[in-house]
Design a protein around this ligand. Structure first.
Ligand SMILES: [Fe+2]
Ligand SMILES: [Fe+2]
Length: 151
């Protein structure tokens, strides 16, 4: 992914509220790799917030997550344009909406204390938004891409 080189996966046991990359595989290699990277960054972010990691560390994860998310949305939107996806506008709208939601929620989570109930709610909301997009619109897009010969 442009501006988003792979990083070592966090080695830890999946816990409640943590996403597991294998659960979200859609069968398109580049998209799956990018989703795994985003899930890994979300898990790192949640772990850092919950463990009151130093602010600089959490901010670095957020910056990287934003760069990866932007690169990923661009990559999907290139495939959408290249294959004349019929739900192009809806899908792009959802990406714009997620950018806003994530920026707001990440800002809120950074501003609050790690074990603040609001922070935990923000993390749960971010997780739900990401999972709903991947298992809904992205799965639908992946089926279209496979039919168009994208691997
Ligand atoms: Fe995606
Ligand atoms: Fe998407």
């Amino acid at each position: 992914m442009r501006n988003c080189a792979p990083v070592r996966l966090l080695v830890e046991k999946p816990r409640q509220g943590i996403m597991v990359a294998s659960e979200i595989a859609l069968g398109i290699e580049t998209i799956d790799a990018q989703h795994e990277e985003l899930v890994d960054l979300f898990n790192r972010f949640a772990h850092a917030i919950e463990n009151d990691a130093p602010l600089g560390d959490v901010e670095a994860i957020v910056q990287r997550a934003i760069a990866c998310a932007n690169a990923h949305f661009e990559a999907e939107e290139e495939l959408i344009a290249r294959t004349n996806y019929p739900h192009a506008e809806d899908h792009k709208f959802q990406h714009r909406h997620m950018r806003l939601e994530f920026t707001t929620l990440a800002g809120d989570a950074l501003a609050a204390k790690g074990h603040d109930p609001v922070t935990l709610e923000d993390l749960a909301d971010m997780r739900a938004i990401l999972m709903e997009h991947i298992t809904g619109p992205d799965r639908q897009l992946a089926e279209h891409l496979k039919a168009a010969g994208v691997k």
